[in-house]
Design a protein around this ligand. Structure first.
Ligand code: NAP
Length: 297
């Protein structure tokens, strides 16, 4: 019997969660309190970062959060940026903030991230949050891995005892999602293999996966011959490629060759309309938790 693929409804899931958050925000405002406030610090003019930050602003507006963007030119000094972080750490009207990565050359991302108050680190990149995630303690989870878990959970995909293969070991996606999928938790409890550029026999490893998470940064890297019949495929990649048929002159594709892979799998997340939408939603969820001091009372 051929498997009928089910496209994971990223937009529906994201909209549902945003509606849930909006209800909470209306209750907060009705009780006479100020709404949650999320700040993004944006250095330079990277188009992908600009687009992510504008998506974040739009989402904040949709749910009723206050949203601010602090913009700085590429030449900002490390000291000045640390001052900005320190100011936001101490601003009681700010519940959570992110410093949009990547930072321009010359700025030390690790130093900047470690200077963020971990209680306002809604991106979940501070070592305190990363360490707590490792230990399965309450923490801010990094937005994209958290979004992947949400997609799996809200699509009722069972992860327990499954073989999960993660392609890519970046600090923001591959490594944390591999930890989360292997944790004693739900979603989680998978047996995880983490692949990277030095992995041998990657096609063979992928073709054994019940759940395949592609965060490799290579357009259409995952082909049908790498996917097991009936597997769940989560595509994290985002690539803008020229397309004369589109009014914008480009289209967005992922790390997975969607058309051929979808014929083999049980579930697949589309690009666009999948993980990317949930990344922003995770940031909203973390900001609401920061506002309520749910994780760090
Ligand atoms: N949807 C979202 O919200 C979202 C969020 C973040 C990122 N993204 C997208 O996700 C993709 C991955 O981004 P990232 O920042 O996580 O990754 P990244 O920093 O670009 O790292 C890529 C990872 O893939 C591995 N890799 C690259 N080429 C490979 C190959 N041919 N064979 C095996 N492994 C290979 C690298 O191995 P080494 O470690 O050995 O170099 C590295 O671990 C990008 O397309 C990015 O735009 C999407």
């Amino acid at each position: 019997m051929p498997v009928l693929p089910k496209i994971i409804e990223g937009k529906f899931i994201a909209d549902t969660i945003k509606d849930e958050i909006a209800v909470e925000v209306r209750k907060i405002i009705a009780s006479g309190k100020r709404p949650p406030h999320l700040v993004a610090v944006l250095v330079g003019m990277d188009p992908a970062s600009e687009s992510y930050v504008s998506g974040k602003e739009k989402a904040c507006k949709q749910v009723g959060f206050i949203s601010s963007v602090y913009r700085y030119p590429e030449g900002i000094s490390q000291e000045k940026l640390l001052e900005v972080v320190n100011f936001l750490n101490n601003d009681e009207e700010v519940d959570g903030f992110i410093v949009q990565l990547p930072l321009p050359e010359g700025l030390r991302e690790d130093v900047i991230i470690e200077s963020i108050d971990y209680r306002k680190d809604v991106d979940g990149f501070h070592p305190a949050n990363a360490g707590r995630m490792m230990k399965n303690l309450p923490c801010f989870l990094p937005a994209t891995p958290m979004g992947i878990l949400t997609l799996l959970e809200r699509s009722n995909i069972d992860t327990e005892g499954k073989n999960c293969v993660v392609l890519g070991r970046s600090n923001i996606v591959g490594t944390p999602v591999s930890i989360l999928m292997g944790r004693k938790a739900k979603p989680g409890n998978s047996t995880v293999t983490l692949c990277h550029s030095k992995t041998k026999n990657i096609t063979e490893i992928c073709s054994r996966a019940d759940i395949l998470i592609a965060a490799i940064g290579q357009p259409h890297f995952v082909k049908a011959d790498m996917v097991k019949e009936g597997a769940v495929v989560i595509d994290v990649g985002i690539h803008r490629i020229p397309d004369n048929t589109s009014p914008k002159g480009y289209k967005i594709i992922g790390d997975v060759a969607f058309d051929e892979v979808m014929k083999k799998c049980s579930f697949i997340s589309p690009v666009p309309g999948g993980v990317g939408l949930l990344t922003i939603v995770s940031l909203l969820q973390n900001t609401l938790k920061a506002y309520r001091k749910e994780i760090y009372p």
